[in-house]
Design a protein around this ligand. Structure first.
Ligand SMILES: [Zn+2]
Length: 336
């Protein structure tokens, strides 16, 4: 679509948005987005979309929602919210690609120091852990019943089991199906966590007790070394969502392996996902463990809960032994 045409699409008068009136509101999100909106929009990582790209994507999304808003007040409300989004009056909707991108940029900037000062330790391995839970099974049309808070609680419980210290990251969604109809389509949830571990094998084994594999998800846990680059940090909060179509591939040497193709979401899937993202909010997708967003004089930083970096580093060293916690120890690390 011609970009100028996209800009002309929304001509309705802009109204003032109060993000605190919407579901999934987190006090720090509008502040972090406003702070990032003031920064020059220089590219932070290779392959990052531009401000114009994201604005055009927002207009495309509004145009798409307008097509289906008739007799659907929820879709109309999301379209109105996204249409009113602009600098100084950001909508902060989880379905807004512009606000999502600004929060992603904020995360990329602010997580750098937290990773190097709190998470990264000389005697441990700095890693990114990707988790794709096979449970709960989220069937198409059921995303609205899915609780992102419960997902975060379960994750925290699993990370407690391996005695993990501080970690930050994000949650992504895709619609998964098999090309040959081997399994029913599902909404797949991806957790991406940046943390440090002592023993990769041991951590993986314990995580697999909580996140088990099945036909649809043969490798639910992936652990890779993390180099604290902006590009790798940006993976935590993606703003574009896809349909993943899995299929069996036969290699030239006769080996069979599983492969995935990325395709656009269908209309029904887009409507369901945008409604869900709008409800859970942008802040609900961010994972903070042994970390919390702290607002001071209009600036939002990622800090250890109730302490300086140094105090938290000690705290994390105490808890980061890869062994189960004592029953009497109550973790106080989920800050949403
Ligand atoms: Zn917005």
């Amino acid at each position: 679509m011609n970009r100028d045409a996209v800009y002309r699409l929304e001509t309705r008068p802009k109204r003032k948005i109060d993000p605190s009136k919407y579901a999934g509101f987190k006090f720090w999100v509008p502040k972090a987005i406003a702070e990032e909106d003031q920064n020059p929009k220089t590219q932070l990582w290779r392959g990052e979309p531009t401000e114009d790209d994201q604005r055009a994507e927002r207009f495309r999304r509004v145009k798409f929602l307008r097509k289906y808003e008739k007799d659907n007040p929820l879709i109309r409300a999301i379209a109105d919210r996204l249409a009113a989004c602009r600098r100084g009056n950001r909508c902060c909707s989880g379905a807004c690609p512009e606000c999502g991108w600004l929060l992603q940029r904020w995360f990329v900037r602010k997580s750098k120091a937290f990773i190097s000062d709190v998470i990264d330790k000389d005697d441990q391995q700095l890693v990114a852990i990707s988790i794709i839970p096979s449970q709960p099974f989220v069937a198409p049309d059921q995303l609205n019943h899915f609780s992102i808070d419960n997902l975060q609680r379960r994750l925290n419980f699993a990370l407690d089991k391996i005695g993990l210290g501080a970690a930050i990251g994000g949650i992504d969604f895709s619609h998964n199906e098999d090309r040959d109809g081997k399994y029913d389509p599902i909404w797949s949830v991806h957790l991406y966590i940046i943390t440090s571990i002592i023993n990769e094998k041991h951590s993986k084994r314990l995580l697999k007790e909580t996140y088990q594999s099945d036909d649809r998800i043969p490798r639910p846990i992936k652990v890779v070394d993390f180099n604290n680059s902006a590009r790798r940090r940006s993976y935590a909060l993606k703003t574009i969502f896809w349909r993943r179509v899995g299929y069996d591939e036969v290699k030239a040497d006769g080996r069979r392996c599983r492969n995935t193709k990325r395709q656009r979401l269908r209309v029904k899937e887009k409507l369901e996902l945008f409604a869900f993202l709008n409800r859970c909010g942008l802040g609900g997708r961010v994972i903070f463990r042994g970390a919390k967003p702290s607002v001071r004089r209009g600036r939002v930083k990622i800090r250890p809960p109730g302490g300086s970096y140094q105090a938290n580093a000690k705290k994390c060293q105490k808890t980061a032994k890869n062994a189960p916690r004592k029953a009497s120890f109550r973790p106080r690390t989920l800050y949403l």
